[in-house]
Design a protein around this ligand. Sequence first.
Ligand code: MG
Length: 300
Amino acid sequence: MKEKVKVTEVGPRDGLQNEKAFLPTEVKIEFIKKLISANHSHIELTSFVKESAIPQLADSSEVSKHFLKESSNEKFSCLTPNLQGYKRALDHGYKEVAVFTAASNTFTKKNINKTIEESFQAFRNIFQEAGKDNIKVRAYISTVIACPYEGWIEPNKVLEVVDQLMNEGVYEISLGETIGKGTPSHVDKLLTLLLKKYPAKLFAGHFHDTYGMGVANVEKSLELGLRSFDSSSGGLGGCPYAKGASGNLATEDLLYLLHTSGYDTGIQLDKILEASKYIEEKLGRKLMSKTYTAMLASLS
Ligand code: MG
């Protein structure tokens, strides 16, 4: 039997929040429907942030209501930056939420106007409530290899943040390689340190393709035991720190690597192409995934 790898689709949240265009709610809903029909088992739908902070996701309630109205489907999660956001997520019926911090103080300060410690204070009560409400909490650590302000990040700094998150009761930690500069040798150094202390199943790899290193970094992570990765359909998202560059690792590129390497994700790659094609037309810009481009060309 093929070994399973978990894929978390972050296109609707991480992808769309980094796109310039605001997409109408019905477009987002149609896009997510297409992702569901590709058999995705984990989709991050949206983020409960202040509308003024991320106007692209101002319709988080409408989008959530559409997919969670009948039952609180376990396949959906959302980002909750504070207790207020968490309460909104709970009201909508989410069973899983995600919180966000980073391994670089300058990054958290510029991004959410908090130091790493302050970010913990902000979501400590989310963890407490989630424990009582039986809600799973996933955490993102951004800038695990490099920071746009502080440069290369020492793996020890990441370990310190992981230690703190473990005290809070996190179920999975997504290691965000935010600016995509890291190569397999950086991934090797980081994971070797983390995996001395924690099991591989605690971590997910969240790579960006800014320098074309996305799949290479996944390959290195697989070799070291990781079996969970984040990606976005077509590579949605761009990179706010490198204008015009590729964004999140594309789901198509990730699936192509995993499926040809003998892993099972349960996701249908051809259906992901349909979701990407749909959103590409709505965004009015070319998506940069290589697998997407090659597979579309072979179909035409
Ligand atoms: Mg990302």
